[in-house]
Write a protein that binds this ligand. Structure first.
Ligand SMILES: Cc1cc2nc3c(=O)[nH]c(=O)nc-3n(C[C@H](O)[C@H](O)[C@H](O)COP(=O)(O)O)c2cc1C
Length: 340
């Protein structure tokens, strides 16, 4: 790529723009507010949008408190962060969407992809892929109620992908302004290679922008997904955990900016900043430690930490111990821990 290569952008109504069209995927138990904020801060001008992990809507509309707990204060971020809703009652979802929009959410994303058995048995998430009338009703009701754009995220099918075009058209006809297609089926495990041709088929079936998703885990893979599917943008999931700077690396490569190596000290600082942000958000020491260990494993697997032969940080029982062992592991002094 040369310096003149441009970055893809997506424009929705109400002046909403994902620029560049590279999104951080919602991941329950991972992409909480602290993680989202750090990813955005560490990748200036490289993350175009994000959304919350799914908020389950059942029995009653979501309260303002529930929405703010997941989404709150993301209005201060430099990129639009939407609120993702999941459920199967169109009225409750529509009312929750209206509340989220009034609180400041710039867009509402509807989850039609969650494969979890409990969710599926209750007829929500990916189960709606085989109940198109209800899927259409949910999207249409949310679009009617919401003053901000409504988007949707799907898996490519449940056991087969033969209806991906029809599903995409149904979502478009109901008024969604953007569709994210995860190129795996509900029955696929995360180890199954995604079939990107499903993204291309959705792109060809609808006029609205389609965001491709599924193992876009390197700058080359992001570009390949854009090129081979014709999608308007890409959503990055697990690779953001193993390489939090992937977004910038893609942007830099695309613009011809020389790549910078990420030294272990930067990774160490990232883990400290993450711990501080989680603690500031009210997480307990145990919760923070659990997330740090999860990150450590992913960063090691992604090659940003030395080979995971020394696993002592994972046996730490306290945060102090984790950071000390990590420092020893990396042969670094611990970065300054903020006291606020
Ligand atoms: C731990 C985990 C939690 C997830 N939670 C959500 C979620 O809350 N909402 C959603 O739409 N997708 C969720 N997903 C799916 C991701 O957004 C994404 O579609 C998937 O990881 C494929 O992208 P990847 O191959 O780049 O990881 C989750 C995935 C993982 C691994």
């Amino acid at each position: 790529m040369t310096r003149s290569a441009s970055l893809p952008k997506v424009r929705l109504s109400a002046g909403l723009e994902f620029a560049p069209a590279l999104m951080l995927a919602p991941m329950e138990g991972v992409t909480d507010r602290s993680f989202r904020r750090l990813i955005v801060a560490e990748n200036p001008a490289a993350v175009g949008a994000a959304c919350t992990e799914f908020l389950r809507v059942s029995q009653t509309p979501l309260s303002a408190e529930q929405i703010v707990r997941e989404w709150g204060q993301d209005e201060a971020l430099a990129v639009p962060v939407g609120v993702q809703l999941m459920g199967n009652d169109a009225d409750l979802i529509a009312e929750s969407a209206l509340r989220a929009a009034h609180l400041g959410a710039p867009f509402i994303d509807l989850n039609f992809g969650c494969p979890a058995p409990k969710v599926f048995q209750h007829g929500a998430g990916s189960a709606l892929l085989c109940d198109r009338p209800l899927l259409e009703k949910i999207v249409a009701a949310t679009v009617r109620a919401s003053p901000v754009p409504v988007t949707a995220k799907i898996r490519s099918g449940i056991e087969a992908d033969d209806e991906v075009e029809e599903i995409a058209r149904c979502i478009e006809a109901a008024g969604a302004q953007l569709l994210t297609v995860h190129a795996r089926l509900r029955q696929d495990s995360y180890r199954t290679a995604p079939d990107w041709s499903r993204i291309r088929r959705a792109v060809e079936a609808v006029e609205i922008p389609v965001i491709g998703n599924g193992s876009a885990d390197s700058p080359a893979a992001i570009d390949a997904m854009l090129r081979t599917t014709g999608c308007a943008g890409v959503m990055v999931g697990r690779a953001a955990i193993s390489d939090p700077w992937l977004f910038s690396r893609w942007r830099n490569q695309r613009l011809g900016i020389p790549a910078a190596v990420t030294p272990p000290s930067r990774v160490h600082t990232w883990l400290h900043a993450y711990a501080n942000a989680m603690a500031a958000g009210g997480a307990t020491e145990r919760q923070v430690l659990g997330r740090l260990k999860q990150s450590w494993k992913a960063l090691s697997a992604g090659g940003l930490l030395p080979a995971a032969s020394d696993r002592t940080p994972l046996t730490s029982q306290s945060l102090d111990c984790f950071h000390q062992r990590l420092g020893e592991h990396l042969e670094l002094d611990a970065p300054q821990i903020r006291s606020d």
